[in-house]
Design a protein around this ligand. Structure first.
Ligand code: KDO
Length: 335
């Protein structure tokens, strides 16, 4: 064999190896389970950052098995449209609200009611116990998603563009209070005494800046992360809803996993929730000082008056008519 033939053959072999390598890579990538995540959370918020914890935990426990794709700022699907996207098979994971669930399972509008869940500890106990198990089973049957746990979003507070004297719900009369765009959310704004105005989370900053809305309600960590404090003058500590987000995984994706993969995904979700809850609870306790330093007025209204008005609004509503019998008492009894 001549030298030229040998080197030609070597080059051909190298070329074939390179071609093989190139086509082998996508084949490996294809065999990974793709988990597309969509959330309106901003990157600076704990429930935005928690998805990185989810991804890192899973990459460590199941190296090379999952391709976790995080889409923040509602960039993949609009806020509130995630359950429909999961049903269509276009999305695997999302953080959904009780209001999203109530659209499909009206009896669970109970968890959209103000002044029911007391605090983060009560929230974890309710949803990690028999009440949560019943709800998660119904959600799996009717919405075709697995709830992997609930993350604490925080205690929702009223945040106003212009400061005003707010003692009772009557003092919010005529205030255009932005709420997320579904009737379950709008009802809460109405129960608070305001004029609820639907708007997606991503449009709130501009709405406050330009004055198309007079205020918005969110937990303090989100007011900080989304920088709403830059375009508002007051926070009224109504603490009207101990809010949470449910980590939901489509059944299609869940059922395609091995037993070990299901466990690892569930553990990664638990790690993400623990990260979110720990940081959020800690930060929530420190933020009043931060907002005061930023020049905002932070006022405490007559919370009992808000509680009575909001609870009565829910008890007398169409929503309460379909709440499972005795569930309010069972929730209250969880200690
Ligand atoms: C909001 O739009 O006010 C809300 O707080 C509602 C929650 O259910 C959740 O969607 C949250 O926004 C987003 O995750 C952005 O923080």
């Amino acid at each position: 064999m001549t030298r030229t033939t040998t080197s030609l053959r070597r080059r051909t072999l190298l070329g074939a190896a390179a071609a093989l390598g190139a086509s082998a890579l996508p084949a490996i990538a294809q065999s990974k389970i793709v988990l597309r995540i969509s959330t309106p959370a901003v990157p600076e918020d704990w429930h935005g950052k928690m998805w990185t914890v989810f991804k890192e935990t899973l990459d460590k426990s199941a190296p090379g098995e999952f391709d976790v794709q995080i889409n923040l700022n509602g960039s993949l699907f609009k806020q509130g449209t995630e359950p429909a996207a999961m049903a269509r098979g276009n999305l695997e994971l999302a953080a959904i609200s009780a209001q999203d669930i109530a659209k499909i399972l009206p009896e669970y509008s109970i968890f959209t009611a103000g002044y029911l869940i007391r605090d983060p500890d009560h929230q974890q106990k309710v949803f990690n116990g028999p009440i949560g198990a019943e709800m998660y089973k119904a959600v799996s049957e009717k919405m075709d998603v697995q709830i992997l746990g609930i993350g604490y979003l925080g205690s929702r507070q009223v945040n106003l563009r212009e400061a005003r004297n707010v003692r009772t719900p009557a003092d919010l009369k005529g205030v255009k209070l932005r709420m997320p765009g579904s009737k379950e959310w709008l009802f809460l704004g109405e129960a608070l005494g305001a004029t609820p105005t639907p708007l997606a989370f991503g449009e709130v900053y501009l709405g406050l800046k330009t004055g198309t809305i007079d205020g918005q309600d969110n937990p303090l960590p989100s007011v900080r992360a989304a920088k709403f404090y830059e375009v508002t003058k007051q926070i009224v500590l109504t603490s009207h809803l101990t809010d949470g987000i449910f980590i939901a995984l489509s059944n299609k994706s869940f059922n395609a996993m091995s037993f070990a993969q299901k466990r690892k995904v569930s553990d990664a979700a638990k790690a993400a929730i623990a990260f979110n809850n720990e940081n959020r609870i800690k930060e929530e306790a420190q933020l009043v000082d931060f907002f005061k330093k930023e020049g905002l007025q932070v006022s405490t209204p007559d919370v009992e008056s808000f509680r009575k008005t909001v609870q009565a609004a829910y008890q007398n509503s169409e929503y309460a008519k379909v709440w499972p019998k005795g569930l309010v008492d069972r929730i209250n009894a969880v200690k």
